[in-house]
Design a protein around this ligand. Structure first.
Ligand SMILES: [Zn+2]
Length: 67
């Protein structure tokens, strides 16, 4: 498994090696291994950080995502 972050929604997913990196959330091939800083958001409704990141679902999010 590789931890990959989505450039679009910033959510982090465990992607099995050899599988095309498609974000399960956005359904687009926007995943990258170039990310830094992990934030776990449990309650997006009640989190300033979630708002800042544009996170709408609970999950793990990358603070910085590479191009
Ligand atoms: Zn995404």
């Amino acid at each position: 498994m590789v931890e990959m972050a989505c450039r679009s929604c910033r959510q982090i997913f465990d992607i099995p090696r050899g599988v095309p990196p498609i974000c399960p959330n956005c359904k687009t091939p926007t995943l990258t291994t170039e990310w830094a800083g992990l934030i776990v958001i449990l309650d997006p409704e009640d989190s300033i950080i979630a708002r800042e990141l544009g996170a709408t679902k609970p999950g793990r999010y990358a603070i910085r995502v590479g191009r």
